[in-house]
Design a protein around this ligand. Structure first.
Ligand code: SAH
Length: 247
């Protein structure tokens, strides 16, 4: 039995089962094995098996979930791939930088790489869950790769980084060092922040959208650990408690 790969390839809302099969094949050629499918339109499906061309084991082990939240449970880092620029403020990674970060961070725990729907890609709120976006530089007049081709490019970059770094072993968290915050802990921090901003009437009638995006970007960039999250949430909670006493 191989150990479970800490790098998850997450396909969101895939429409054609053939693409799931081709993606599994692309992954297997590059030594990746952990496929997560979020609400696929058709799966399992014989077309997926046909196009997986011998990577059926990856399809069989694939985890099928209903929501992106479930796909990201237990991860502490995620990147989303996009074929075009979106109105979402997120750091941009080249495929090579993305692979470097994913491989390096996977030593500390699970990480995820997200791919969107064939027709419409990832939605803005899905991208916003990520620490950054990855763009494969291609012909600007024809920038949209087939889903499985995009999986192939990124899987290859991950392969190169893994080969260059040797077999990286998960390193135990030592001494004062804390485990990185998981993405669910980050999401709970963001809902707490949202609640807090409403309570202090931070938005004053303006739309909360932009400032929320910026705060998400700031906290995701910080690479917080569990203790740091506890401190920030404790600060918010204490302030809320005092405010409620004043009211
Ligand atoms: N029209 C869609 C294209 C989706 S292609 C859009 O504009 O987003 C399906 C998926 O393949 C994308 O969601 C993305 O995950 C991946 N993909 C395709 N081309 C890509 C590129 N140039 N860079 C990064 N990812 C790409």
């Amino acid at each position: 039995m191989h150990p479970i790969d800490p790098i998850r390839i997450v396909l969101v809302g895939t429409q054609h089962p053939g693409n799931i099969g081709s993606a599994a094949r692309a992954m297997k050629t590059m030594g990746l094995s952990r496929l997560v499918l979020v609400a696929p339109k058709r799966f399992p499906d014989p077309e997926a098996v046909t196009l997986s061309a011998g990577a059926e084991d990856i399809l069989q082990q694939a985890q099928v979930v209903a929501t992106l939240d479930e796909a990201l449970t237990g991860c502490h880092f995620a990147l989303g791939t996009t074929a075009r620029d979106r109105n979402v403020a997120l750091p941009e990674f080249s495929p090579s930088q993305a692979a470097t970060d994913l491989v390096a961070r996977s030593v500390q725990g699970d990480v995820a790489l997200l791919f969107g729907r064939e027709r419409t890609g990832l939605e803005n709120d899905e991208l916003q869950r990520c620490h950054g976006r990855v763009f494969i530089p291609c012909n600007p007049d024809y920038a949209s790769l087939n889903l499985a081709a995009a999986v192939q490019v990124l899987s290859y970059e991950i392969r190169l980084k893994r080969l260059a770094s040797g077999a990286l072993q998960p390193k135990p968290v030592e001494g004062d060092e804390q485990a990185p915050a998981s993405m669910d802990q980050m999401e709970r921090l963001f809902s707490h922040l949202g609640e807090f901003m409403d309570e202090v009437d931070f938005h004053k009638g303006r739309s909360p959208e932009k400032v929320t995006q910026r705060l998400r970007r700031l906290f995701l960039r910080a690479g917080m650990d569990e203790r740091e999250i506890k401190i920030v949430r404790g600060l918010l909670a204490d302030t809320q408690r005092l405010l409620r006493q004043l009211k």
